[in-house]
Design a protein around this ligand. Structure first.
Ligand code: GH3
Ligand code: MG
Ligand code: MG
Ligand code: MG
Length: 417
């Protein structure tokens, strides 16, 4: 079982009470609150392995000199120090004991602690692949990664690493030595980059070699960073964390760039970044695929009658239905305004027609409450199936079918011919 208890140790309740509430709200986790070193120590003796993190005051009546922080450090329990004053001595001690952070007791401490806890929470159990032919070097790295709450996975050389990566898509990061039998670190990086983009899988190259061009070789072949042996434990930790943070930032930026904030559906940019690749795969394998263009009927009238916020509610409701009717591997997106597109790999026209009819009926049955009234709506849909020479062609064929659906009276599905 993974450790999941968050323990708070402080004499008063001024910080622990709101912190417990915030932790429950943000992580859904219960906290255990102790008021002295003795209470904490008793608990720890029986349940050490269940503690995910301790948040502890540096000064307690029965432990005035940071003894509790020292205990956590000895027992390899991740901990955050709470302090009333920010003097140099405490900061140095926090660093020596490898505390996750040092937080001043103030009105801002809650935010800071939650931010630190979020870091461990998201990091917890992430698997990091350590590739090195030296058993000792692997063991040292595994120990550092364990302290950081990662789960290390070990490989003896590049060939073994590739095999592990292929069978374990949940590996979050690779750290590789240079000199190894069968396949060296740079060759491994080059190979991994054929299938794993830098933005999804950071790789850190490590070497003891004095060859100065090695770091360049690593980076040129797609490594995210390079570390020279011998390294300080802290430097190793820092590089690992930095690589992951960059990746997390990229994934956040990507999320903002690829999502429509009103409907929480993917947007047009995502659609055109993602679909061409899947389209090509389908063509290559001679598999079926189909595409639908959809446009809400007389939407302008909804806005005119119920206001823009009424219109927005309808769009949200339709987006919910889209998500429900077209789960993965379908790729739905909001193309703009009241227009949506759904690309469905592996689905032929007959099944598509069936599925779109059921969705259209669903939209026609919508009843959105708005200021004591109910808004109803309908949608027109144009569909097409492969084979056409391009994805764009499928879109324009569907668009033409959609136009016909509008002309024929709306609230209907028309297949391109
Ligand atoms: P048709 O049945 O022919 O499609 O008629 P329509 O009224 O739906 O089409 P038209 O293109 O004339 O109007 C679309 C309207 O959608 C105009 C625009 O103001 C509105 N719209 C676009 N984006 C949004 C949005 O995000 N929220 C709301 N509430 N309205 C939007
Ligand atoms: Mg080696
Ligand atoms: Mg429109
Ligand atoms: Mg419309």
């Amino acid at each position: 079982m993974k450790p999941s208890a968050i323990v708070l140790v402080d004499e008063g309740n001024v910080i622990t009470t709101p912190l417990s509430k915030a932790i429950k709200k943000d992580f859904g986790l219960d906290t255990l609150v102790f008021h002295s070193f003795g209470e904490f120590n008793n608990f720890m003796l029986g349940f050490k392995n269940e503690i995910m993190c301790a948040v502890t005051s540096m000064v307690l009546k029965d432990a005035p000199n940071g003894e509790l922080a020292q205990l956590c450090s000895n027992e390899k329990i991740p901990f955050i120090i709470l302090t009333a004053s920010y003097d140099e001595e405490i900061l140095i001690k926090a660093k020596q004991l490898s505390a996750l952070g040092c937080v001043m007791k103030s009105q801002h401490s809650l935010d800071q602690i939650i931010r630190l806890l979020t870091q461990i929470h998201t990091r917890k159990g992430k698997r990091v692949l350590v590739v090195d032919d030296s058993v000792t070097s692997r063991a040292i790295q595994a120990a550092i990664l364990n302290v950081l709450h990662f789960t290390p996975v070990e490989a003896n050389d590049g060939v073994e690493a590739l095999e592990i990566l292929q069978n374990n898509p949940d590996i979050s990061m690779v750290i590789t030595d240079y000199e190894m039998p069968r396949m060296n670190g740079v060759e491994l990086v080059a190979k991994v980059r054929q299938t794993h983009h830098k933005e999804n899988l950071p790789i850190i190259g490590i070497s003891a070699s004095d060859n100065k061009s090695l770091s360049v070789q690593f980076l040129k072949h797609g490594a995210s960073d390079f570390l020279k042996k011998p390294y300080l434990e802290e430097e190793y930790q820092f590089r690992v964390m930095q690589c992951l943070e960059i990746m997390e930032h990229i994934s956040m930026i990507r999320k903002f760039a690829y999502f429509d904030s009103l409907t929480q559906l993917h947007n047009r940019r995502f659609f055109f970044d993602r679909c061409p690749q899947i389209y090509s795969q389908m063509v290559e394998r001679k598999h079926k695929m189909s595409l639908a263009m959809m446009d809400v009927d007389h939407f302008k009238k909804i806005n005119d009658t119920y206001g823009h916020d009424g219109g927005d509610l309808v769009l949200k409701k339709i987006a919910e239905l889209i998500k429900k009717h077209f789960p993965q591997p379908s790729i739905p997106a909001r193309f703009g305004g009241e227009e949506f597109c759904v690309f469905i790999p592996e689905l032929g026209l007959d099944s598509m027609l069936h599925s779109m009819e059921s969705f259209r009926e669903g939209v026609a049955a919508i009843s959105v409450p708005h200021e004591n009234r109910q808004i109803s709506t309908s949608i027109s849909i144009g569909i097409t199936e492969n084979p056409y020479s391009k994805l764009e062609e499928m879109i324009s064929m569907s668009d033409r079918a959609l136009y016909k659906a509008k002309q024929d009276g709306r609230n209907r599905v028309v297949a391109a011919n």
